[in-house]
Design a binder for this molecule. Structure first.
Ligand code: F6R
Length: 603
């Protein structure tokens, strides 16, 4: 949800900022812009459209400067246009800023400045920050930023330059992520780690309302009272290659293919000595009478899968809540509730709000997060990490799979602790979880049938996904994946529910993807398959329990044998690949689907 980058060093900032923006483009891609501190002032170039359009516009321009800021936008206030793109300047072009977030009181601030004669040029909320900073500027940028941030309401991650302080770059944030990268002869600001990895793996994580005064060879941190703050330099373990496509046409395909490794690393982190393992062991299920799983989009779907696993293994009541709803429903939780926040980025605004609501009601909060140093990782009472590495494609795949395995392991540990499973039963299940990476690799070694089938589905107007129990939970994820990257309408239904309304939508050749990995429910889902086939549907049956023979209406995709409760980890791979190849055959921009952004840091 908007990516920002800043650089101060001894090289030309332009290529460094563009390279960083390329790595951040997943956060928003309806316009982009750059400002550098040139010899005679700020040089600003902004362009509606993808980053490539900005790069084209910059071709042949001799913009130079050793300090600069850049932005890739996901519009919230004001349509995508050149003028609404960032960076924004104050009216006298003394201040340049890039902003990620939403300034909720921007109208009042704007009106106040307009009454004083300040002329605004854009429709954005962000411009008010540039205008206000310029209006208040008193010869000291740090003092001015402290003053400005004390009147801003809402969320922001900011990089700010001032013409009169040519060596200083300022960064500050509230409720949106921002990191400061430190290299030998340069410092960086970025919304996320991949933007910095080719320059440094040493970062400071900025906390809310802290201000960083950044120069080429130093960085100092302050709080709102201008007191110095000491922060430690953290080392990122992600490799530079992990943020590159590595020969794949899209990040999404690369990330799907990485799943065996990601599953292996994540399972290992939870089962062998280390912080994940220690956190899981320290949680005592017996002190809770309720588990609530919350998140957004795919993270919510991971919660839907986990509900079946926790309830079956632990016999504890589990609720799954959309984070955007949870925060407004006055949830019935207390100190005996465990609220699990599932989030790849750890920065999703609704999930953060759900976490804060849960904490305010004394619930114990556990984050399942991929990004170290993110808000949920820092604020939740406990955090366990998915070892997915950087996930660049907007549609999540490997992080989702890593969330699932951590949730399975948590459920098994809880079940043993609460006496619902014996030690031996627990060990057996853990061994089955350890076998998942090899089974995932087996599916990925033979993707041709999925690719071929998907290539015949590009003309579909609507695709239904059905399953029962845990297969229904993973059908939700299959349907979401398809919609978001292929733009084909899709719905997921519990198989038994079709006849209560949705079956009226089935017509000749409507495609239904059915998932069946539960021996005990096979006959139930298969009768739903027959019901839709008899009304003209074609069915793609993803199953390890299938006893039927394929024909012109029924295509089978065999999955390896696996415990029913763990089967979503395998069926989801087929569903991801199916969506990927449908979208690829439609020639769509798979890694950056329209209207979306990866990290949704606004409400
Ligand atoms: C779908 C997708 C989104 C995210 C959701 C939550 O493919 O990626 O639905 O799952 O925006 O994001 P995180 O996990 O970062 O909180």
């Amino acid at each position: 949800m908007c990516g920002i980058i800043g650089y101060v060093g001894s090289e030309n900032a332009v290529p460094i900022i563009l390279e960083g923006l390329r790595k951040l483009e997943y956060r928003g891609y309806d316009s982009a812009g750059i400002a550098v501190r040139g010899v005679s002032g700020f040089e600003v170039v902004k362009q509606k459209g993808r980053l490539a359009a900005l790069e084209k516009r910059l071709e042949g321009q001799r913009i130079q400067g050793q300090m600069g800021i850049g932005h890739t936008r996901w519009a919230t206030h004001g349509e995508p246009s050149d003028v609404n793109s960032h960076p924004h300047l104050g009216s006298g072009s003394k201040i340049a800023i890039v902003h990620n977030g939403i300034i909720e009181n921007y109208r009042q601030l704007k009106e106040r400045l307009e009454r004083k004669g300040v002329v605004f040029v854009s429709q954005t909320d962000s411009e008010v920050i540039a205008q206000l900073t310029e209006y208040y500027y008193n010869g000291n940028l740090l003092d001015t930023v402290i003053r400005v941030s004390s009147v801003l309401e809402g969320s922001y991650a900011l990089a700010i330059m001032c013409l009169e302080e040519p060596e200083v770059l300022i960064a500050t944030k509230k409720d949106n992520p921002l990191i400061i990268g430190a290299a030998a002869d340069a410092h960086f600001i970025a919304s996320d780690v991949p933007a910095l990895l080719s320059h440094t793996n040493k970062v400071y994580y900025l906390d809310d309302k802290e201000i960083a005064v950044i120069k080429k060879d130093s960085v100092q941190f302050y709080n709102q009272d201008k007191e110095p703050v000491t922060k430690s330099l953290e080392t990122i373990t992600w490799s530079v290659d992990s943020a590159e496509k590595g020969g794949y046409p899209h990040f999404m395909l690369k990330e799907i293919m990485e799943q065996p490794t990601v599953l292996r690393d994540t399972v290992r982190s939870a089962l062998t000595r280390g912080t994940n393992n220690a956190v899981i062991n320290s949680l005592d299920i017996n002190s809770f009478n309720k588990i609530v799983l919350t998140g957004c989009g795919s993270a919510y779907n991971a919660g839907m899968v986990a509900k079946y696993v926790f309830e079956r293994l632990c016999r504890i009541s589990v609720e799954v809540e959309l984070a955007s709803e949870f925060r407004y429903k006055d949830p019935i939780i207390d100190s005996k509730s465990l609220v699990i926040l599932v989030s790849q980025s750890g920065e999703t605004a609704d999930t953060i709000a759900a976490m804060r609501e849960a904490k305010a009601k004394d619930a114990v909060t556990l984050g399942i997060v991929n990004v170290m140093g993110s808000t949920i990782a820092k604020e939740a009472d406990y955090t366990i990490y998915t070892y997915a590495g950087p996930e660049i494609a907007v549609a999540t795949t490997k992080a989702f799979s890593a969330q699932l395995v951590l949730l399975y392991i948590l459920a098994v540990r809880f079940a043993v602790k609460s006496g619902k499973l014996s030690e031996d039963e627990g060990q057996n299940l853990l061994r089955e979880i350890e076998a998942l990476p090899a089974k995932a690799a087996e599916i990925l070694a033979d993707i041709d049938p999925i690719q071929k089938y998907a290539s015949q589905c590009v003309g579909c107007k609507s695709i239904f996904f059905i399953g029962r129990n845990i297969d229904y939970a993973i059908a939700l994820e299959g349907s979401l994946k398809l919609k978001e990257i292929s733009y084909i309408h899709s719905e997921a239904y519990a198989g038994g529910e079709l006849k209560h309304g949705t079956i009226s939508l089935i017509e000749e050749n409507t495609l239904v993807v059915a998932i069946s990995c539960s021996e005990r429910l096979y006959s139930k889902i298969y009768s739903n398959v027959e019901q839709v086939i008899s009304r003209g549907a074609k069915v793609f049956l993803v199953s390890n329990t299938c006893k039927a023979c394929p024909d012109d209406k029924l295509t089978l995709l065999d999955l390896p044998q696996v415990n029913e409760l763990l089967s979503p980890s395998l069926s989801v791979i087929v569903l991801q690949l199916f969506s990927y190849y449908v979208a690829a055959n439609k020639g769509l921009d798979i890694d950056k689907p329209r209207n979306l952004a990866k990290s949704v840091t606004v409400e």
